[in-house]
Design a protein. Structure first.
Length: 328
């Protein structure tokens, strides 16, 4: 997989779309016979209006991002194969498709010159996977090896939530990613516990403060619900810092090393970016440097962070031991 690249959302680019695609336009709408495979299941179509929310949700579950043109028939087999593969994984990863003919500014954000291009998003960070049409072997490798690896890497960073299920795609052409008989919807409905549905939906919509409050209600009814505790911690983190200016946060933390709020803010940025050990170490080092009057806010934030990775994560175990030593 290619190296991570700096991400600059919101820029514009005239002429970002590959002119060759004009030779392959089809008139059928997506989901119709002869047209592109429809969204649905764990496949969504993202626009400029929903782009930022989609990026933010990649801190909860990994996202496979397809930049394409839904009227270019050369891309249909790729889109269908990726959709089928993602839907079989029942929410472990989401496929987000963006029409770069309609939203060229997003193509510019990812510095691509044409369709298709494939990226992974984990914790808001883009990782280039592919530029240009893949061959059959290359596409098989993406399905069989790359996607499982992305899920594994995301889980190691604490990004192990479940993508929301959006209903069966229209399968009028018989080749869609959904089952067409409602079985997929039943399977998807089982992924999220019923008592989590409201919170899960709020998080999917980007209302992280609302999701945190809803998960808190779940925990009041069942304090032993570890999944709710983990998702609440993620929602609180995103509600605080999902839209933070990372450069500004890091500069403020460097300029104000004794300011607990500045250090908590930059630790949030580290957590969202998947730099879990950096977040732990930053706050523990802050206490070790003599800021004993700030033990409580740091302890509370670390306990929240500890909920996000798996309880067996060695980074959590080490950080817990060090926190106990510094406190006592």
């Amino acid at each position: 997989m290619a190296q991570q690249q700096e991400f600059h959302p919101g820029l514009s680019l005239a002429g970002a779309v590959d002119l060759e695609s004009l030779k392959h336009q089809v008139k059928a709408e997506p989901g119709q016979a002869g047209g592109a495979p429809a969204a649905g299941g764990y496949v969504i179509d993202t626009t400029e209006n929903t782009f930022q929310a989609m990026v933010q949700t990649s801190a909860t579950f990994p996202i496979l991002l397809l930049l394409w043109i839904p009227t270019d028939d050369r891309l249909f087999p790729m889109a269908r194969t990726l959709g089928d593969a993602v839907n079989k994984l029942k929410g472990q990863i989401q496929l987000s498709r963006i029409d770069i003919a309609s939203y060229p500014s997003i193509a510019q954000a990812f510095q691509v010159q044409g369709a298709p291009a494939l990226f992974a998003l984990i914790g808001g960070r883009p990782m280039p996977i592919l530029q240009g049409l893949p061959g059959d072997d290359e596409l098989k490798q993406i399905v069989d090896q790359v996607i499982p690896k992305l899920i594994s890497v995301a889980a190691q960073s604490g990004v192990n939530g479940t993508a929301p299920y959006s209903g069966d795609p229209d399968s009028a052409d018989g080749d869609g990613a959904g089952t067409g008989d409602g079985a997929g919807a039943a399977a998807g409905a089982d992924v999220v516990p019923p008592e989590h549905q409201e919170a899960h939906q709020l998080a999917a919509q980007g209302d992280y403060a609302g999701a945190a409050a809803a998960y808190e209600q779940v925990l009041q009814a069942n304090p032993n619900d570890t999944l709710a505790a983990r998702e609440r911690a993620k929602a609180l983190l995103l509600a605080r810092s999902a839209t933070a200016d990372v450069r500004e946060v890091r500069k403020t933390a460097a300029d104000r090393p004794d300011d607990v709020e500045a250090q908590l803010a930059v630790a949030d940025v580290d957590m969202i970016g998947g730099q879990i050990e950096d977040a732990f170490s930053r706050l523990l080092d802050y206490l070790a440097d003599g800021h004993t009057d700030q033990v409580e806010p740091v302890r509370e934030r670390l306990l929240e962070y500890f909920m996000i990775p798996e309880a067996t994560d060695e980074r959590v175990k080490r950080a817990r031991r060090r926190l106990a030593t510094l406190m006592y």
